[in-house]
Write a protein that binds this ligand. Structure first.
Ligand code: AMP
Ligand code: TRP
Length: 330
């Protein structure tokens, strides 16, 4: 059966971009494929973290994934640092990754900014660790939001470089799976910026933990443009296009249909409808998340059990990679 791997960082609240761009698709795939979903704590530490907050966020994201519909009986849910093979394979793959490939990564350039010399090696090597995550399980399908496309192209290059170096067909080349009506959810404050966990304004994003009043208020305050009626024109009217895409993804409908149905409608009316839909779909997730968080022992059990199952697959693949490379051991 096709193996699926994807990851999410425990760096703060899960938001609507995570849900519509990735997690909703993970849920849809869990019963059809052999799926591993990872809370990537080793990726989170590429920027400074407060230890206690990292622990809490790891539990919270685990609860969020289950509240959104992931079932530990149908897929493997675990946190990355518990399976040491991720870090070990990342080192091996570092030795097949030219600096030139990493220098092209736009996420690194954005995060490092102008201060390249003080940027951390971990942040730079982040996409190699991501490659190791996937290849450690020989996963071939990787459901992510659009922002991860470049990293996945790199992972294909690294897998190919390893295979060529040893003349083997060992690592499958990972395929990005980017689907749904909202593969790139934009900030509610600026339709040209991605919705992200790190945005300074909480009004820029919808968190999966937001209550009904907060959801309604954030949508009401979402930035619009000055044209009289709605239309789907991402280039010229990014805010309108974003709201229409969010609606389509929440309703599980094609954006073209949603756009056709609402063309010409005023923003205020549409926002009312969108708020109702968001409350209807997201409130049950928030409620379930609160229930799950009240039982940390259960969350711990899910993560330890997931790590054990992940370990079994990882160990066999890592042993084979070591063997191919001529590294002595078992
Ligand atoms: P991160 O929060 O960076 O760990 O992202 C976890 C997953 O959510 C990845 O698959 C991302 O591509 C996806 N994602 C994050 N932000 C967005 C967004 N604004 N729109 C769509 N997908 C997103
Ligand atoms: N880099 C991804 C993000 O920030 C998270 C991630 C880490 C990931 N390892 C992965 C996604 C492996 C897919 C596959 O969104």
């Amino acid at each position: 059966m096709k193996r699926v791997f994807s990851g999410v960082q425990p760096t703060g609240n899960l938001h609507l971009g995570n849900y519509l761009g990735a997690i909703k698709n993970w849920v849809a795939m869990q019963r059809e494929y052999d799926c591993l979903y990872c809370i990537v704590d080793l990726h989170a530490i590429t920027v400074p973290q407060v230890p206690g907050e990292l622990t809490d966020n790891t539990r919270e994201v685990t609860a969020g994934l289950m509240a959104a519909g992931l079932d530990p009986a149908s897929c493997i849910i675990f946190n990355q640092s518990r399976v040491s093979g991720h870090a070990e394979l990342a080192w091996l793959l570092n030795c097949f990754t030219p600096l030139g490939w990493l220098n092209r990564m736009t996420q690194f350039k954005e995060k490092a900014g102008k201060r390249r010399d003080s940027a951390l090696l971990g942040l730079y090597a982040y996409p190699v660790l991501m490659t190791a995550d996937i290849l450690l399980y020989h996963a071939s399908a990787v459901p992510v939001g659009e922002d991860q496309k470049q990293h996945l192209e790199l992972s294909r290059d690294i897998a190919g470089a390893f295979n060529r170096a040893y003349d083997v067909d060992f690592f499958p080349l990972p395929e990005p799976m980017i689907f749904g009506a909202a593969t790139r959810v934009m900030s509610l404050r600026d339709g040209r910026r991605k919705m992200s966990k790190s945005d300074g304004s909480d009004y820029a994003r919808i968190n999966l933990t937001d209550d009904a009043d907060t959801l309604a208020l954030k949508i009401k305050r979402a930035k619009t443009d000055s044209e009289p009626g709605l239309a789907f024109d991402p280039e010229r009217r990014p805010e309108a296009a974003n709201l229409l895409s969010i609606y389509a993804a929440l309703a599980d409908e094609p954006v073209e249909r949603v756009a056709a149905e609402h063309t010409g409608m005023g923003f205020a009316d549409f926002k009312g409808r969108l708020a109702d839909l968001a409350i209807e779909t997201l409130s049950p997730i928030a409620a379930r998340m609160r229930e799950l968080l009240a039982d940390p022992a259960y969350i711990e059990e899910v993560l330890t059990d997931g790590a054990e199952r992940a370990h079994a697959i990882a160990d066999a693949n890592l042993a084979r990679a070591r063997q191919i490379m001529g590294l002595l051991g078992d």
